[in-house]
Design a protein around this ligand. Structure first.
Ligand code: TYD
Length: 120
């Protein structure tokens, strides 16, 4: 099942700085952003790819089903990363206006890595 991790964040009177370094359970090969969302996204799991979701601005919800457990995570802070493992079938919705979801992925994009069928 997916889990969230708290990203190291440095605050001072100039603002905040959050770092992703040696804290993800994979090396990052690909980064993409999801924004201006108007309907449900995702709806798949992967054969190999592990991902980390961070909502940089605003908030969104990520529903996850790993075949045994279902969970909904609210991502509402740029200091929180949701680790989505290959077996975690997931959808993303309820994006607030202006929200930006950044995704770090362990693999290069490969359509054949996608499994669209949800668990029974
Ligand atoms: P899609 O997987 O449908 O997005 P989501 O999981 O958010 O519903 O991807 C949308 C389009 O973008 C689709 O044509 C594939 C393309 N795409 C890439 O070319 N590279 C990528 O890394 C990703 C994630 C998608």
């Amino acid at each position: 099942m997916s889990n969230t991790i708290d990203l190291p964040t440095y605050s001072d009177n100039r603002g905040k700085l959050t770092v992703i370094e040696n804290c993800l359970p994979f090396d990052v090969k690909r980064i993409y952003f999801i924004y201006e969302v108007s309907s449900l996204r995702g709806g798949h799991r992967h054969k190999k790819t592990t991902q980390a979701f961070v909502c940089l601005n605003g908030s969104c919800e990520v529903f996850v089903n790993d075949g045994e457990t279902k969970n909904t995570f609210t991502l509402d802070s740029p200091t929180k990363a949701l680790i989505v493992k290959p077996q975690d079938w997931h959808t993303m919705d309820n994006f607030t206006k202006g929200s930006i979801l950044v995704v770090f992925a362990s693999e290069y994009y490969d359509e054949s890595d996608y499994i669209h069928e949800n668990y029974k």
